[in-house]
Write a new protein. Structure first.
Ligand SMILES: Nc1ncnc2c1ncn2[C@@H]1O[C@H](COP(=O)(O)OP(=O)(O)OP(=O)(O)O)[C@@H](O)[C@H]1O
Length: 492
């Protein structure tokens, strides 16, 4: 890709960007939230047409004006926003728009199912081709998405944060699969904010900042600090360093959960969070962590158990009760649950606090604008202004809006489910700082995370869940290494 430029409404998003990909190479594309990574890839896949610049494949200049042109050039992308249809089966999703149609145009079920079976076996994924997508966990959606791209016989495969919803084991399966693909001569562009992955599987890295090339380098010739520095554009404090915090465990807990059970996934969970405390929740995917949060917050119904806020028992039957009781939940699948994408940044942010922003019968617009502006600044959200349609923001910046929205509601208890998926390294540390600041102000925080460095950086105490039960409770001080926590999680 040579000198690719792209603007939206006069705002330059890509400024003469160059990018090259060798046969059988895994090339990391990195940069902060809103740096232009997805937009660059969308010009390669025909979602957007570049304003200027050229694309060459196998030395030949090609014109990619739409997604069909991209497919004709064997380019396939796994989008951050899943492109699957939840109500269809895995096989139907994979072969829906494809060759497995009979002459009448109907989907040839049997052939599709067989092909899907083969593909999933190759991926070593335990999904039945006949499973309906919405019945599967988010991790399996991603696997289906990857299988779909691979089924298109891609020569150039673009993966946008493919591991963000995968467990450690699934990620390893993905990495060994990537290795197999490399050996077959398939070239992969790998977008990720996770440093460990880049150093593990990529051959080269290209970093963008504010729509411009910063560097392209062989992975073996570049160090972690240099990568971070190029992304952030400045030296950064040590990321993910744990700071011991002081708070008292003698006072009334802000949140107390007693013998909570819900369905098959949450079984007799009890814990307390004291004012100023950050409680981390570790566990494998499927261990019931998100379900526990959802049942505390009244999204999933509770079979038994009590929730006390500041010592008082609360009836929480739905999220409205939860918000009234001083709780806030930032869910894992934010794009589905957390935002109204066709509304503006401002509207999304003020949604939970509309009643507080009333002036007579109307909304106090200037107060709302002021608040939204403040939050955009505080969280360093990259947007032209607060009136921009949320769907037009980059993925990572959308995540920050969900966080902003709940910060605005000033809850006593903040529950965060995978708070830093998709956000860049700079923003990750910013989020950790914001969470610490909230705790310092006496809030109680519950953080669910699969990223152990993040969990270890942020938590004062960690509980481990396994098959719906709380199997361990550890003081952060007692955990010496990431491996120790890993053992605590997997030792069942
Ligand atoms: N259709 C559009 N209209 C207006 N602005 C857009 C559009 N698409 C992208 N942008 C803007 O372009 C910039 C780059 O976005 P892009 O999605 O490419 O970032 P990214 O590097 O992929 O970020 P992230 O890591 O957060 O996914 C952002 O500021 C975004 O708001």
């Amino acid at each position: 890709m040579e000198n690719i430029s792209k603007s939206f409404n006069g705002i330059t998003v890509l400024d003469s960007v160059n990018f090259s990909l060798n046969k059988g190479e895994v090339h990391a594309l990195m940069g902060g939230n809103g740096a232009g990574k997805s937009t660059l890839m969308k010009t390669l896949t025909g979602v957007y047409e570049a304003d200027s610049g050229e694309i060459h494949i196998d030395g030949k200049k090609v014109s990619i004006k739409n997604m069909q042109d991209a497919r004709d050039n064997y380019i396939s992308m796994i989008f951050q926003e899943f492109s699957l249809i939840p109500t269809l089966t895995v096989a139907e999703n994979i072969f829906l728009t494809r060759e497995s149609r009979s002459s009448l145009g109907f989907l040839n079920d049997k052939e599709g199912v067989e092909k899907t079976k083969g593909l999933l076996q190759e991926l070593e994924v335990d999904i039945d081709p006949n499973d309906v997508v919405e019945s599967l966990g988010v991790g399996y959606w991603q696997m289906t998405e990857i299988a779909k791209a691979l089924s298109q016989e891609a020569k150039i495969l673009i993966m946008d944060e493919p591991s963000s919803s995968l467990t450690k084991k699934e990620t390893e399966v993905l990495f060994s699969f990537i290795d197999k693909l490399k050996r077959r001569g398939i070239s992969i562009i790998y977008i990720s904010h996770r440093m460990d992955e880049i150093f593990k599987i990529c051959d080269r890295v290209t970093i963008l900042r504010d729509g411009k090339n910063v560097v392209t380098e062989k992975i073996k010739d570049i160090g972690l600090d240099t990568v971070i520095q190029h992304i952030v554009g400045a030296e950064m404090d040590k990321a993910f360093e744990w700071k011991e915090r002081s708070y008292s465990m003698d006072s009334t807990p802000v949140l107390e959960v007693k013998n909570l059970s819900s369905g098959t996934k949450v079984n007799d969970i009890s814990f307390k969070i004291f004012p100023g405390e950050i409680l981390g929740v570790a566990g494998l995917m499927g261990s019931g962590r998100s379900e526990m949060a959802r049942s505390i917050f009244g999204i999933d119904s509770r079979d038994s158990g009590k929730v006390l806020v500041n010592g008082e028992e609360r009836t929480i039957k739905n999220p409205i009760d939860a918000v009234k009781s001083g709780l806030a939940l930032i869910p894992e699948d934010r794009r589905m649950q957390g935002l109204i994408l066709e509304h503006s940044v401002k509207d999304n942010m003020i949604l939970p606090i509309l009643s507080k922003l009333k002036k007579g019968l109307f909304l106090d617009e200037s107060k709302a604008d002021e608040l939204a502006d403040q939050l955009v600044k505080k969280l360093n959200i990259k947007t032209d202004n607060i009136f921009k349609t949320t769907s037009l923001l980059s993925g990572g910046n959308q995540q920050k809006i969900v966080l902003a929205k709940w910060l605005a509601s000033d809850p006593d208890v903040l529950i965060l489910d995978e708070p830093t998926i998709g956000v860049d390294i700079g923003a990750k540390t910013e989020i950790i700082d914001i969470v610490r600041e909230l705790a310092d102000n006496g809030k109680a925080i519950l953080v669910i995370s699969s990223e152990l460095p993040e969990l270890l950086a942020i938590s004062d105490r960690v509980i481990v869940m396994h098959e719906g039960e709380m199997v361990k409770e550890l003081k952060r001080k007692e955990i010496n290494t990431e491996e120790e926590l890993q053992h605590a999680i997997q030792g069942y």
